[in-house]
Design a protein around this ligand. Structure first.
Ligand SMILES: NC(=O)c1ccc[n+]([C@@H]2O[C@H](COP(=O)([O-])OP(=O)(O)OC[C@H]3O[C@@H](n4cnc5c(N)ncnc54)[C@H](O)[C@@H]3O)[C@@H](O)[C@H]2O)c1
Length: 445
């Protein structure tokens, strides 16, 4: 097969033209790694705002500094376009488009399908196509392969196809696209070899598995593992609440066991583009084979109910202070779905705020990473701007609620100035009569 040695050589000498479709949290860091490895990389995205910024040498992803992007763009190693016909010049292409859920919790593969259809329009012999978007086992072979083969080219013969899940952890400075091992499963041994070789050029460790399906399932195992364990510890928090125990103390002490235990921590619910969504790709798929994924469903129910428990905690805390939630001034601290990042997708903070507003709470928020929340992007339906975190803002609020524990928050200041705090993240580790915690007894007054 002449294509394999030719592509291996192009990868080895960095003359392969590398394409990345979808330049978001996953695609941009990956494109940067390939460019840093010496390839000439072109990214394709539908969003002209992103491609324009990238072509100006600016990054719009928090973990990727403009100081890294700028020189790559200037050197001509990284550029972006909205034009799908750029595919015709690519030797390899990584697809990193969103895979959300429909309202019914069924997979929404429309972004993958339209990206692959656009690629099919310009597919040529000898090309390597790798899907990175998280999805159910079987997508690469059942959805991607038929669209590409409709061109008349055969996967594994005329072009090469693989799946490799992305494991990026936004905000994690230790584990990055470069040093997190990359799992790869190709349709044929040649597909795996080519995809593995491409990644080894840019990523420290590559783990080859026997098929795209295995690689797809690996990602869903990882994210289901987190969703289920977080669900379990969230339920433990509710048990501790009833039993008058602190779940934080319990988990902290259990975590001293040097084997057989891994700590997970409770919180106001799941957020982001992965953990609340991906397990439902698996439960949907196994329904096809008559299997009910009970752990996934249960974890979804427990985690999905957490914003309601947080609201109950706030109502109870206000009650201890002789106040009703209706009319109370509530200042929420942190709306991103996790610490030190700017992503509010699926953030449970938005659900908590919407529920409080529905009960008549006068809700404001502060988040150093999220200057505004557009009404169209959250269930509260109104545009909101982050307020300044001043001593006055804290002192005038009837309740201050910590929903995301950004490291920039000055905890002693918050405790000093606030009349009442509900802490859902164990951000405040000292006892204080005005600090109520999720999964912990009511403080002694
Ligand atoms: N964000 C994470 O932490 C993370 C981690 C691991 C895996 N993933 C998975 O990676 C995939 C991408 O996630 P993300 O967070 O990077 O999403 P994102 O929304 O940040 O980026 C996706 C990009 O794709 C673009 N796009 C959509 N359709 C397109 C098309 N047809 N052609 C070209 N561009 C198109 C969008 O404009 C957007 O810029 C998802 O499957 C997600 O589950 C995400």
């Amino acid at each position: 097969m002449p294509y394999v040695p030719a592509l291996l050589e192009k990868i080895a000498n960095r003359t392969a033209k590398v394409g990345v479709v979808g330049l978001g949290y996953v695609g941009l860091p990956l494109a940067v790694e390939f460019a840093q490895a010496g390839f000439s990389v072109i990214g394709i995205d539908l969003d002209a705002g992103k491609t324009d910024r990238l072509n100006r040498g600016e990054s719009y992803i928090q973990d990727v500094p403009s100081s890294v992007v700028g020189p790559l763009v200037k050197a001509g190693r990284l550029s972006a376009t909205t034009d799908p016909s750029a595919v015709r010049d690519f030797d390899t292409i990584n697809i990193c488009v969103p895979t959300p859920l429909r309202k019914t919790k069924d997979p929404d593969l429309s972004f993958v399908v339209s990206a692959v259809e656009a690629i099919a329009g310009h597919l040529h012999a000898g090309m390597l196509v790798i899907l990175e978007s998280t999805t159910y086992p079987g997508t690469t072979e059942e959805v991607v392969q038929p669209i590409l083969e409709a061109t008349g080219l055969r996967a594994g013969v005329d072009f090469f196809l693989a799946f490799s899940p992305e494991r990026v952890d936004p905000g994690n400075a230790t584990w990055t696209t470069k040093n997190v091992p990359k799992v790869v499963g190709g349709l044929t041994p040649e597909c795996t070899r080519l995809a593995g070789t491409l990644y080894r050029s840019s990523i420290d460790t590559v783990v080859e598995v026997s098929s795209p399906k295995v690689a797809e399932m690996v990602k869903l195992l990882e994210n289901t593992f987190r969703a289920v364990n977080i669900g379990m510890v969230n339920e433990l928090a509710l048990m501790c609440d009833r039993l008058g125990l602190s779940v934080w103390e319990v988990v902290g002490a259990a975590a001293t066991k040097p084997f057989g235990f891994m700590p997970f921590y409770p919180g106001p619910g799941l957020g982001g583009h992965c953990i609340p969504i991906d397990p439902f790709y698996l439960s949907w798929k196994v329904k096809e084979v008559g299997f009910e994924a009970r752990f996934i469903e249960l974890a979804g129910q427990v985690n999905g109910a957490m914003p309601h428990h947080v609201v109950d905690k706030i109502v109870d805390a206000l009650n201890v202070h002789g106040k009703a939630v209706n009319g109370a001034g509530i200042l929420v601290l942190g709306v991103a779905y996790k610490r030190d990042i700017d992503d509010v997708r699926e953030s449970p903070a938005l659900d908590v705020m919407a529920l409080l507003m529905k009960k008549g709470g006068r809700v404001t928020y502060h988040d150093p990473y999220v200057p505004l929340i557009a009404g169209s992007h959250w269930p509260g339906g109104v545009d909101m701007l982050s307020v300044a975190l001043t001593p006055e803002a804290m002192a005038t609020a009837d309740c201050v609620v910590i929903l995301t524990d950004h490291r920039t928050f000055d905890i002693p200041e918050i405790v000093t100035h606030s009349r009442l705090v509900v802490d859902t993240r164990n951000a405040i580790t000292t006892h204080h009569p005005n600090v109520f915690k999720l999964g912990a007894p009511v403080p002694k007054q």
